[in-house]
Design a protein around this ligand. Structure first.
Ligand code: NAP
Length: 298
């Protein structure tokens, strides 16, 4: 019997790449997202799509009862940090109540629950975080994801929490831009961009993140895992490397401090992850940022 994996947020950047990887690995995939499908797959014995609002209890129960998945990968979220700050009720409804809803259903059907979380659960004072470091969010987005993590951790079904950091990769149909695609597109249009040089991240190639999640599924792993790239870079470094790789004009990249931007949601200064646990327990090994750029070029 093939393992059946239900993905929430399948229309998103991670969701689309994860759906493709799991289909390539011959899993049965139930893709779900709020809107109409933007995935390039036709329904088959191995693949089906449902529009499902995770904040609607009737919706999630109906789909979960019909599909009874072995594994749930919960990637759906309100992911825009500023939107969360400006619409706190909506952020709570989707990121906290939505997780409670899909988690309750997963408990009913005894699914292995894999929750996708974020480096923004940390305050960014220390950087290079390990799984056991104290989480202390400084934005409503980070707070909502930490609340969701706490619910998952008190659940009595097998669970994994995957925290990831600054995901980049090829844009697919309808996926939002990411730092590399934004820099590339801006410079291609001759725009001058301001990029911060006093924040640190371990940018994550989206296909590596999908592979890390596939390893968790295969190994039925339980617990918290930091799954990111291995290079600790500032957004400014990322922009310079992107310009160099795509032969674009780095002169259009203006180095600024984070204090230049007055954004509703605060961003942690130094995040990035120690990924030794994922390496040791899962055999996870990400490519370098240079290799990630090379993949985007080919
Ligand atoms: N991207 C990053 O840099 C990053 C970093 C750290 C952590 N993460 C986490 O990784 C996960 C995936 O991120 P991503 O970049 O793939 O996000 P994304 O591209 O913004 O996709 C999120 C998806 O969630 C779906 N969604 C939103 N509200 C929903 C609702 N009420 N019901 C059902 N689906 C809903 C949306 O579906 P529709 O399009 O159908 O509306 C959207 O496609 C998220 O949990 C995020 O918090 C991402």
């Amino acid at each position: 019997m093939k393992l059946k994996v239900l993905i929430t947020g399948a229309n998103g950047l991670l969701g689309q790449h994860l759906t493709k990887l799991l289909l390539d690995k011959n899993y049965q995939v139930v893709a779900t997202s709020r809107g109409e499908s933007r995935l390039p797959f036709e329904p088959s014995d191995n693949y089906t799509y449902h529009s499902m609002d995770i904040a609607n209890a009737f919706d999630t129960y109906a789909v979960m009862n019909r599909e009874k998945p072995d594994v749930v990968v919960h990637a759906a979220a309100m992911t825009n940090v500023d939107d969360c700050e400006l619409q706190p009720e909506q952020c709570e409804r989707i990121n906290v109540q939505g997780t409670a809803q899909i988690l309750t259903d997963a408990e009913t059907f005894s699914s292995h629950f894999i929750f996708i979380s974020t480096d923004f659960v940390f305050d960014g004072e220390q950087g290079n975080y390990k799984e056991e470091d104290d989480a202390l969010p400084i934005s409503l987005y980070g707070f909502s994801k930490l609340q969701a993590e706490s619910m998952v951790q008190t659940s009595d079904i097998p669970f994994a929490i995957v925290r990831t950091c600054l995901v980049y990769g090829n844009l697919l149909k309808g996926t939002r831009s990411n730092i590399v695609s934004w820099v590339k597109e801006s410079l291609e249009h001759g725009k001058t961009i301001q990029v911060v040089s006093d924040q640190l991240r371990t940018p994550t190639y989206v296909e590596d993140l999908a592979k890390g999640i596939a390893l968790i599924i295969e190994k039925k792993a339980i617990g918290i895992y930091h799954i990111s790239g291995k290079d600790w870079l500032t957004p400014y470094d990322i922009a310079l490397k992107t310009a160099a790789k795509f032969n674009l004009d780095a002169g259009k990249i203006v180095k600024v401090d984070a204090s230049t931007f007055k954004q509703p949601g605060r961003r942690p200064m130094k995040t990035g992850f120690v990924i030794e646990k994922a390496r040791r327990e899962l055999g996870y090994e990400p490519i370098s940022f240079e290799e990630g750029l090379e993949k985007l070029r080919s």
